[in-house]
Design a protein around this ligand. Structure first.
Ligand code: ZN
Length: 298
């Protein structure tokens, strides 16, 4: 069978991963570029896909898994357009500006929806009917996939901005979210940790009291995801989740928060099988972007 080709972009806050893959997922060409302004990035993106296509053949579809906020409603005239992002130059930029010249259909979704899809397809979420993938890094966000389809409402979910209980006697830090101050992201994302304590938890040596504090905040989201979506599994990735001891502390705090209210075979006693780290590691995003493009092939 002739393999059609998929152009894939994982667009992150610090770097873009660009790939040309066959529809069976085999990557034929891949590169990374630094995230700058769209005016600086688009020529690099166009050059990569032009060269890769010249070497391997025409591109049948594009899949993009991107940072946001971004319009991911395929019915919207602004589909694929960045909306209110504070990143300089990106508000109003659109992936179609650089990709439509290739004449292939374009699927755009969030980075976390892409990662959720990638993990569901070939990572730690295989076999799950409903899967929630959360990243805790520069920001916090969650993608929920049900039967291989990322869920959304009128826009993508914004789980990082849920309110969380904040004991200012224990944790006087005000939080850094420009909208809410001490929302979950404001208290527990990487920048909150570095501004509060001067460096990352890993560089601090993973002190148990600090790990417990951050795990307690993230557990509010984990418990909320269980209550709202009843996923078969929760995956937690991103730079902060690489902190030694954090996922273990998250399991304990989530179990405490749920307090035995939800009983299901999916929720194993220590949550070791329920709350896991990504099976694809840092490849989840680009794998998901390829899957998004594959979804356009008929
Ligand atoms: Zn917020």
């Amino acid at each position: 069978m002739t393999q059609r080709l998929i152009g894939a972009i994982e667009a992150g806050g610090t770097k873009f991963v660009l790939a040309l893959a066959r529809e069976d997922g085999i990557v034929l060409a891949e590169t990374r570029i630094a995230t700058r302004t769209p005016d600086e990035c688009w020529p690099d993106v166009a050059a990569f896909f032009t060269q890769a296509s010249a070497a391997h053949g025409p591109i049948a579809a594009f899949g993009v898994a991107s940072f946001g906020p971004i319009d991911i409603d395929p019915a919207s005239p602004r589909y694929g357009t960045f909306t209110t992002t504070p990143k300089p130059g990106w508000s109003g930029a659109r992936f179609h500006d650089v990709l439509q010249g290739f004449g292939a259909p374009i699927a755009v979704d969030t980075d976390v929806n892409g990662a959720a899809l990638g993990e569901w397809q070939s990572g730690a979420g295989q076999g799950c009917a409903t899967l929630a993938y959360t990243t805790v890094g520069t920001g916090i966000g969650t993608g929920v996939v049900r039967h291989g389809k990322p869920l959304m409402g009128f826009s993508h979910y914004e789980s990082g901005h849920i309110p969380v209980p904040h004991d200012r006697a224990r944790d006087p830090y005000d939080g850094f979210c420009p909208y809410h101050g001490d929302c979950l992201e404001g208290l527990a994302a990487g920048p909150a940790i570095e501004r509060r304590w001067g460096q990352s938890l890993s560089k601090l040596g993973s002190p148990p009291d600090k790990v417990e504090l951050i795990a307690g905040y993230i557990a509010q989201l984990a418990a909320s995801l269980v209550l709202l979506h009843m996923p078969d599994r929760l995956i937690f990735g991103g730079g902060v989740m690489k902190t030694p001891g954090l996922v273990e502390a998250l399991r304990r705090a989530t179990k405490t928060r749920l307090a035995g209210y939800v009983k299901a075979p999916q929720l194993d006693p220590g949550l070791e099988r329920y709350i896991v780290t990504p099976g694809l590691g840092d490849e989840a995003g680009i794998t998901g972007a390829i899957a998004l493009g594959r979804g356009l092939l008929t």
